[in-house]
Structure formats: structure tokens, C-alpha cells
Design a protein around this ligand. Structure first.
Ligand SMILES: NC(=O)C1=CN([C@@H]2O[C@H](COP(=O)(O)OP(=O)(O)OC[C@H]3O[C@@H](n4cnc5c(N)ncnc54)[C@H](OP(=O)(O)O)[C@@H]3O)[C@@H](O)[C@H]2O)C=CC1
Ligand SMILES: Cc1cn([C@H]2C[C@H](O)[C@@H](COP(=O)(O)OP(=O)(O)O[C@H]3O[C@@H](C)C(=O)[C@@H](O)[C@H]3O)O2)c(=O)[nH]c1=O
Length: 300
């Protein structure tokens, strides 16, 4: 299996690069924007011809949720148009694509976890651009897995865990919203699932799930369980303090007290049972994931 990973400095791509070599019969080629700019047709053609991948993983994205409210064109250029171009080029060569998407395609008004069949209704420019990217990938390449995940964190890259630990070195008390619910997702745990998905879809005769049905389609993947950003922050500091790392008191506040340009969904919890029934994949509890991540950050 030859993987081509777009967006190599991202959190998910870095974990892929780190973990893929441990998989037997897998070669992973992660490329940065200079070698594969998903917004440039010629760059895509060159990369695909040079690497001849058997599976493409698109983890390149515009992920600045607040900035997207004003950088609308950039968000759409990458999250919709770039995703479409990459999926089209893959389809022309008969290559399956695993395309990453987000919980922010939902409006957050549902009272229980979102399933893959729930209606989408993004409330941010970022969410709209990712949703249109999903639609473009579905239309361009029948051999697609759209993998929606949420609240990604890892030792590398910019994320909430690193932001909390950094803030704790400057202040004793941090205010964090307690009325937005979601499922934190640890990049290395996600990558375990992505590598298994890639293995299953790279061999067309194996691209049938446990029940023998074709596996192409949309899936949710996040660590098990759910919390609020406030609960997430408390767990980060519980783990950090236990390891002698930074600690801060976390004050629970309402979203109204933390105004942001983009309004986040109140409920972004992803139900992941389709991933489990189709592929036998279930990610560990999010608290365990936070523990692993904090330990790695403090070791570095
Ligand atoms: N982060 C999160 O909390 C979540 C992420 N996701 C999705 O998961 C996927 C991976 O996210 P994550 O790893 O956090 O992303 P990051 O924001 O960490 O990384 C995105 C990567 O895309 C690259 N990139 C930007 N423009 C281009 C381009 N034109 N061509 C090729 N690459 C480009 C960036 O490179 P450069 O640094 O050079 O700009 C960066 O390395 C994305 O699809 C994202 O939407 C889903 C839910 C939550
Ligand atoms: C840093 C910080 C954030 N918050 C709030 C703001 C916001 O409502 C919430 C999360 O803030 P962040 O900006 O860290 O995270 P955000 O950019 O909203 O994260 C999202 O990124 C995109 C890419 C996704 O796809 C989503 O799944 C999700 O991970 O926490 C606080 O209350 N206190 C703080 O100190």
C-alpha cells in the first residue's frame, strides 16, 4: 500500500508519518504544499504521477475557524475547491481517497450525538466550506471515505491541549466555555483508524465491510465519550498536575462570555458506531487520550 498524504505539517498528517512506517507493507509519502498544492491542478498531477499512490489521504485544510469568517475565499479555495480537484485527479486514476471532515458541518441543535445520517447545517464559514468539500468529493470520486472527526489534539501543531498548557504558564485561572459539547480526538488514535481504513480500501476485493456491503461513504471517528471544552480543560490539567506539569484553575463560563467571530455548535458530539460496525474500529476513551498526549508534551 502506497499512501499519499496531503498537508504534511498538519496534526493528522504528522501522526500518519510517525505511525505508518510501523505498518507492514505500507509506504507513506507525506508532502507539503511545495510538492503538492491541492489548489493547483498541475501540482496535483505531478505529485500523483511521481508517487503513484494506491490510496490518497487528504488532511490538508483551512482550519482557522474564526479567521475563516473573513478569509472566506481562502477557506473555500482549500476546503471545497482543493478537495474537489484532488478527488477528481484520484478518480481519473482509479485511486480511492480518504477525505477528512469535521463536526462543524452540524448546527449543534440536536440533543444527542450526531450520526452520519443526520442533516447537516453548518453555522460558520469554516463549516460551510468543509461541507461543500464533502459534497465535491462525493460527486468527484465514487471511491471515497469521508471521515468526520472533531476537536483534534496532538503533541504537534496548534490545538486546545497545547493552548491550555501554554496559558497555564502565564496565569493561574483560565476561563473556558462549558456549554459546548463535543468529542476530543487524539491524532495518533485517529491515525490507527485511518491506517486500517486505508488498508481495507486499498484492496478493492477487501473494500467490503463485515456485512459484505461496499464501504464507501461517510463515517464519524472520535475518541469514545464526550465532554465540554471546560471538561476537556479540567482533564488536561488533572493529567498535567499528576505528572508535575503546569496547572491552572478552570472557570466554567457560558459561550456568551467568550465571544468569538465564529459561533461554535452547542452540540458537536459525533456518534461513531457506524465505524465500529463496518470496520470494527473503536477509539479509546477521550480521557485516556488526553493522558497520553499530555505525557508526550511534557516529555518533549
Ligand atoms: N484540527 C481539528 O480540530 C479538526 C480537524 N479536522 C479535519 O482534519 C483534517 C486535518 O486537520 P489538522 O491536521 O488539524 O489540520 P492542520 O490545520 O493542522 O493542517 C492542515 C495542513 O494543510 C496544509 N495546507 C494548507 N494549504 C494547502 C494547500 N494548498 N495544499 C496542500 N496543503 C495545504 C497546511 O500547510 P501549511 O502549514 O503550509 O499551511 C497544514 O499542514 C482537516 O481536513 C481538518 O478539517 C476535523 C475536525 C477537527
Ligand atoms: C483558548 C480558549 C478557547 N475557549 C473556547 C472558544 C471556543 O468556543 C472553544 C474552542 O476553541 P478553539 O478555538 O480552541 O477551537 P476550535 O477552533 O473551535 O476547534 C475546532 O477546530 C476545527 C478545525 C474543527 O474542525 C472542530 O472540530 C474544532 O476542533 O473554546 C475558551 O472558552 N477559553 C479559552 O481559553
Amino acid at each position: 500500500m502506497r499512501l499519499l498524504i496531503a498537508g504534511w505539517q498538519g496534526q493528522v498528517a504528522r501522526a500518519l508519518v510517525e505511525m505508518a512506517p510501523a505498518c507492514p507493507d505500507v509506504s507513506a509519502c507525506a508532502v507539503g504544499r511545495a510538492a503538492l498544492d491541492i489548489c493547483e491542478a498541475r501540482s496535483i498531477e505531478r505529485a500523483l504521477s511521481g508517487i503513484s499512490p494506491t490510496v490518497i489521504i487528504n488532511s490538508a485544510a483551512y482550519t482557522a475557524v474564526d479567521a475563516a469568517e473573513t478569509e472566506v475565499e481562502r477557506a473555500y479555495a482549500l476546503n471545497r475547491d482543493g478537495a474537489r480537484m484532488l478527488a477528481e485527479a484520484a478518480a481519473r486514476r482509479g485511486i480511492p481517497i480518504i477525505h477528512m471532515s469535521t463536526d462543524y458541518v452540524f448546527d449543534g441543535n440536536k440533543a444527542s450525538p450526531y450520526t452520519e445520517d443526520d442533516a447537516t447545517n453548518p453555522v460558520t464559514v469554516f463549516g460551510h466550506s468543509k461541507l461543500e468539500g464533502e459534497e465535491a468529493v462525493r460527486a468527484a470520486n465514487p471511491c471515497h471515505i469521508i471521515l468526520r472527526t472533531s476537536w483534534v489534539f496532538s503533541p504537534g501543531g496548534r490545538n486546545f491541549v497545547k493552548s491550555m498548557l501554554a496559558q497555564a504558564t502565564e496565569r493561574e485561572r483560565i476561563r473556558v466555555v462549558a456549554d459546548q459539547h463535543g468529542s476530543p480526538s487524539y491524532a495518533p488514535h485517529l491515525v490507527t483508524a485511518i491506517l486500517e481504513l486505508a488498508r481495507q480500501v486499498s484492496a478493492p476485493e477487501e473494500a467490503a465491510g463485515a456485512n459484505g456491503q461496499a464501504v464507501w461513504g461517510t463515517y464519524h471517528a472520535a475518541n469514545s465519550g464526550s465532554t465540554t471544552w471546560h471538561g476537556f480543560a479540567e482533564e488536561i490539567f488533572r493529567r498535567s498536575a499528576a505528572l508535575g506539569g503546569p496547572h491552572a484553575d478552570v472557570e466554567a463560563i457560558a459561550s456568551l462570555e467568550y465571544p468569538t467571530p465564529a459561533q461554535r455548535p452547542a452540540n458537536a458530539v459525533l456518534g461513531c458506531s457506524k465505524l465500529e460496525t463496518t470496520f470494527g474500529l473503536r477509539l479509546p476513551p477521550w480521557q485516556q487520550a488526553v493522558g497520553e498526549c499530555v505525557e508526550r508534551i511534557l516529555q518533549d
